[in-house]
Design a protein around this ligand. Structure first.
Ligand code: PMP
Length: 399
């Protein structure tokens, strides 16, 4: 008999399961709108020019691969921090910002969650309803109770702003509030700048701890524009936790490039926080890998590569916007009565399309178009080769 006999089979990841189902589908015309990665106009995962050029430079001066510091490469951390806050932000110049390199945005969430669980053991966590599925899982695994705050309003296809604010106002001081900085996953619905002001005011007056997840900087309205939420909270002088990721913005998913940034109230507090973050990292994976962070920091610290990267990022952002626009106008041109203009005001890779579970099932069964049961579609999986087919199929299920 095996000591592992009690091990139960874990449920399949629903979105990865969708991709397996898609791959096994033998129809010639099929489209996978379930995935969470950016595809270019040919539906392929891009390898950015800026990344290729940075790798060429790194290859030209080969370096030995020793251990990195526990908290990662200093040049990488500094660049990641500057991208979030702006290099001259008071939190940086006053030594109130602590940034450590992490294994993607997920790694940042995990290190952040473990750190908070140790030092704020009384706190509960709230996430948006709905949120990226891994938010709940990561914070629960770290030992937290995870609740939700109202977020998506299905009737308006927008934000339940009053519900959200009312809920935040009811939370005990010290509650950890996970917020999406921009390009909300899965809905694509973000608060307006004015709504963010009000959210920030409630967070501050209630003494809540904002944990801002920034997985899509540059995919909303621009690198600087998308940092506005983080900078708004940073300007309050309160404690803030930020998980950030370069997976999407550099198309470096497999390199695991992310960062965790904590804003403290003094340089002394920063030193204590950093010392504890290092212990958390040390007991998880000791120190982060070299290659991905070398690529990102080469790009960010080389002006001509940084400029090239920004152009390529803008291309990705604009292509998604263009697909949103074309999808909406094609549906209207096909005579679909339903108003889809809300898709235009959504941001990022995803859209809560308003498709019902039955319509999602029909798209899959009749047309080979795969979307998540919630109606979430990945807009960046749309391209000139599949857009007409998707629009025509969606029009059919609305008849
Ligand atoms: N947060 C959100 C909201 C995400 O959508 C994702 C990626 N799907 C992550 C974090 C994790 O990013 P990474 O792949 O860098 O771990």
């Amino acid at each position: 008999s095996s000591l592992f006999a009690p091990v139960e089979l874990a449920p399949r990841d629903p979105i990865l399961g969708l991709t397996e189902q898609f791959n096994a589908d033998t129809r010639t015309q099929k489209v996978n709108l379930g995935v969470g990665v950016y595809g270019d106009e040919n539906g392929r995962l891009p390898l950015l020019q800026a990344v290729q050029q940075a790798e060429a430079r790194l290859l030209a001066t080969p370096r030995p691969r020793g251990y990195q510091p526990i908290d990662g490469a200093p040049a990488y951390n500094k660049a990641a921090q500057a991208l979030l806050l702006g290099s001259d932000h008071a939190a940086i110049t006053e030594g109130r910002a602590v940034t450590v390199q992490t294994l993607g945005g997920t790694g940042a969430l995990k290190i952040g969650a473990d750190f908070l669980r140790q030092w704020l053991p009384q706190a509960d966590v709230v996430i948006s309803n709905p949120s990226w599925e891994n938010h709940r899982a990561i914070f629960e695994r770290a030992g937290f109770n995870v609740g939700t705050y109202p977020y998506y309003d299905a009737d308006s296809h927008g934000l339940d702003f009053e519900g959200m604010v009312k809920h935040l106002e009811s939370l005990p001081a010290g509650t950890i509030v996970v917020l999406h900085a921009c390009c909300h996953n899965p809905t694509g619905v973000d608060p307006t700048p004015e709504q963010w002001q009000r959210i920030a005011a409630v967070v501050q007056s209630r003494g809540l701890l904002p944990f801002i997840d920034m997985a899509y900087q540059g995919f909303g309205d621009g690198l600087q524009e998308d940092a506005a939420t983080v900078r708004l909270f940073a300007g309050l002088g309160i404690n803030v936790v930020i998980s950030s990721s370069f997976s999407k913005s550099f198309s470096l998913y497999g390199e695991r490039v992310g960062a965790l940034t904590l804003l403290t109230t003094s340089a002394d507090e920063s030193a204590r926080v950093l010392s504890q973050l290092k212990r958390t990292i040390r007991t998880n994976y000791s120190n982060p890998p070299t290659h991905g962070s070398a690529i990102v920091s080469t790009v960010l610290n080389t002006p001509e590569l940084a400029q090239l990267w920004e152009q390529e990022l803008a291309q990705m952002r604009n292509r998604i916007r263009d697909m949103r626009g074309q999808l909406v106008s094609k549906l209207a041109a096909l005579g679909v009565q339903q108003d889809f203009s809300f898709i235009l005001s959504q941001r990022g890779m995803f859209s809560y399309s308003g498709l019902s579970p039955e319509q999602v099932a029909r798209l899959c069964n009749e047309f080979g178009i795969y979307a998540v049961g919630t109606g979430r579609i990945c807009v960046s999986a749309l391209n000139p080769n599949n857009l007409d087919y998707v629009a025509q199929s969606v029009a059919q299920v609305y008849k």
